[in-house]
Structure formats: C-alpha cells, structure tokens
Design a protein around this ligand. Structure first.
Ligand code: ACO
Ligand code: OAA
Length: 374
C-alpha cells in the first residue's frame, strides 16, 4: 500500500495533529486560548492567569492565582552553577543563544526525572527565564551580579525591574502583561511544532524547550520583532519610510513583521499591541517611530495586501520601554514557554512518535565507486 502523499511546501495546510489549546484563524482572523478570545484575555487577564490556564487547563480562582503567583515568585533565584555558565557567555553573544544555553543548563541542574513533575519544571521556567537573561545581560553589560529574587508582582514587572534596576511604571508593567499574553500560545507554529516533535520521542521537557528556543530565534518566526526594529530605526520620517519600503518591495526583499502563514487578512494581536505602542509613544514623546511604523503598515497593505503580524508593533512598543533590541525575542521566549510546555504535555498525553516521510528526489540506485577510481 502506498502511503505517499506529497504535502505542500512548508507543510502548509496539512493537519499534523490535534490540540485543545488554541485556534488560529479558525473564525476569520480569530485567536483563542482554550476557548478564550485573545482580545478579551489581553484586556482583562493577568499573564499569570493565562499561564495557569495553559498549564492547568482552566483559569485560576482568586486563591489559586495567589498561590500560583507566590510559587512563581519563590522560583526566581538562580543556582550558582547556572550563574557561572551565564557569566562565561560573551557580551556579544546573541541573547537568544543565552536563553537556549540557560534553559539547557537548567535542565542539567534540575532534571525532569518523571513526566509527573512537568508542572514544577514549567513553573520554574516561567519564573526564572527573566532572571536568566537579565543576569547575563547586566553582568556582561554593566559588570554587576544582580539579585534576581525580587518582590515584583508579575513576570513582566520582574523582567523590567531586573533590566532597568528599578520598578517599572504602571504603564510599562501593563504593556508587558499584554505582550506576554499575546505571545503565549499559537497552535502548531514552527517552534511549538519543534517542541512537540521532541516530546514525541519521550524526551525531557528542557530538551523540548531548548529546541523550541532555537526555532523561535529565526527572523521568519520570533526573530522578526528584532528584525523589524533593525529596519524601522533607520527611518527618520514617515515619508522616508515609505520610500525605503517601496524600494525594498521593488527589490523583492522580505519586510520583517509582515505576513503570516495562517492568517490571511490580519493578525488579531496586531491591533492590540499597536494600540499600546501608540499609548507608549505619547507617554515617551515619540514623534518618529510610531508614525514611521504606521506608514510602513499603510504602504504594505496598499502595495501588497500584507498586514502586520504580532511582531511589527512589538518592536516600537519594546523600544519605547527602553528595552534593548536584542532582548526583544527573549521576551517572546518568556511568554511562549507557557504554550510550548502545554503542547509538550498534550503530546505526551496521547503520543505517537512524529515521523513523516520524504519524497525522494536523489539519484537512482548506483554502485559504490572505490575512492581511487573517482
Ligand atoms: C510571531 C511570528 O512568528 S509571525 C511571523 C514573523 N515573521 C515575519 O514577520 C517575517 C516576514 N514574513 C514572512 O517571511 C512570511 O510572511 C511568513 C514566514 C510569516 C509566512 O510565510 P508564507 O506562509 O510562505 O507566506 P505566504 O505564502 O503568505 O506568502 C505569499 C507571498 O507574499 C510574500 N511575502 C510574504 N510575507 C512577506 C513579507 N513580509 N515581505 C515581503 N513579501 C512577503 C511571499 O514572498 C510570497 O510571495 P511569492 O508568492 O511571490 O513567493
Ligand atoms: O503561527 C505562526 O506560524 C507564527 C506565529 O504567529 C506565532 O508563533 O505566534
């Protein structure tokens, strides 16, 4: 019996498994986590509620949320061996590589011995990822060994406090909260699929997340928020931005932060983060980057019917909060670790090793030529 079914390039449109965690573009441009609409979550929820929802399957009660947040707070400290590794990563390393190494080292130190321990390993990663990246960043850039066990109320505020050495404003903490919610989960995107493939071999959860971090790093995926910033910071006015983008389109360059593999007309996360970027622009007195970003959006839609994905207005929003560009994608990791690990558990709960087939396009069978005769 032939099993050969040639999938479209990039497996586009192929259903590769089932999930109860998320829908993407099922109702037009909708996005839901466990049935909850993204716009409602971004407006009303705390990131920790979303994180709890993804790891436990239901939103927490008041008591459960307090207990969960207290647990996360208690897990922000770094083991000495991890600090030593971080101190030895060069200053010019890419922060996504630092995240990858940090996660991998954590797996060495705090091994997931049994799948029943998954939630403890997940909670630890959610709590400690901001500590990992900020410890390395502040050590290599400012020469200080920071105390990562702060008293901040949320993951987002914890990150900003460590980075800036002071508690964030209410607005900044609010934007971080929304951003972490928007990035938390997105069905079978490339990094999550990497995590699921790894999980399907019955590997440990840190291996799954380490692989997912490596996949998220690329500019066609999570790395697009950094790449978008690299582009827009070159533009000094909306008119110049229009000219440059037109030139890039003529040269058939990819414009980072635009387009999507699943959504066809819009990414529902864009309208939300765009609104917060506008608020931040007003707060910090920006009159360049936000108008430049808006003009890029207008030109891309007018010329190509391409829309901003979640990454584009994240670039200006993070920049307005004084976050270094290279740390943009690690923030995505701090959030998406919740989605990745929920998928790891889901894969394990109903597992068969993921092993598709390839359509062979190489030479016909031939015999080996001894090396001296080639
Ligand atoms: C959180 C996230 O990961 S969201 C994605 C972040 N990535 C980016 O922003 C990178 C830029 N965008 C892209 O490279 C793509 O849009 C992807 C990777 C997101 C999706 O890729 P695909 O599913 O292959 O895109 P799609 O099939 O819609 O492309 C259709 C056409 O539009 C073009 N196109 C798509 N996105 C862009 C873009 N950002 N800039 C210029 N042209 C683009 C494609 O080259 C393709 O043209 P072609 O038919 O002449 O080859
Ligand atoms: O779904 C995708 O392909 C990419 C994406 O938007 C995400 O992972 O958030």
């Amino acid at each position: 019996m032939s099993t050969k079914v040639l999938a479209g390039a990039g497996l586009r449109g192929q259903v590769a498994g089932q999930t109860a965690l998320c829908t993407v573009g099922q109702t037009g441009s909708g996005l839901t986590y466990c049935g909850y609409d993204i716009s409602e979550l971004a407006e009303k929820a705390q990131f920790e509620e979303v994180s709890f929802l993804l790891s436990r399957g239901e939103l927490p009660t008041t008591g459960e949320l307090a207990e969960y947040k207290a647990k996360l707070k208690s897990l922000r400290g770094l083991p000495q061996a991890l600090k030593t590794v971080l101190e030895n990563i060069p200053k010019d390393a890419h922060p996504m590589d630092v995240m990858r190494t940090g996660c991998s080292m954590l797996g060495n130190l705090e091994m997931e011995n049994d799948f029943s321990e998954a939630n403890d390993a997940i909670d630890r990663m959610v709590a400690v990822f901001p500590s990992i990246i900020c410890y390395w960043y502040r050590f290599t850039h400012d020469g200080v060994r920071i105390e990562t066990q702060t008293d901040d109320d949320s993951v987002g505020a914890h990150f900003l406090t460590l980075l800036h050495d002071k508690a964030p404003s209410e607005l900044f903490a609010q934007v971080m909260n929304v951003s972490l919610i928007l990035y938390a989960e997105h069905e079978f995107n490339a990094s999550t699929f990497t995590g699921r493939v790894c999980a399907s071999t019955l590997s440990d959860i840190h291996s799954c997340v380490t692989g997912a971090i490596g996949t998220l790093r690329g500019p066609l995926h999570g790395g697009a928020n950094e790449a978008a910033m690299d582009m827009i910071e070159n533009f000094t006015s909306a008119d110049q931005a229009e000219q440059e983008v037109m030139g890039m389109l003529e040269r058939k360059d990819k414009i980072m932060g635009f387009g999507h593999a699943i959504y066809r007309e819009s990414d529902p996360r864009n309208v939300i983060i765009k609104k917060w970027s506008e608020k931040l622009a007003a707060e910090v007195g920006d009159d360049v980057l936000y108008p430049v970003s808006v003009r890029c959006e207008e030109v891309m839609w007018r010329e190509k019917k391409l829309f901003c994905n979640a990454d584009f207005f994240h670039a200006s929003a993070y920049h307005f909060m004084d976050i270094p560009t290279k740390l943009f994608t690690p923030i995505f990791v701090m959030s998406r670790v919740t989605g990745w690990t929920a998928h790891v558990k889901e894969q394990r709960a109903n597992n068969r090793i993921i092993r598709p087939s390839a359509d062979y396009t190489g030479p016909d069978a031939r015999s080996y030529t001894p090396i001296e005769s080639r």
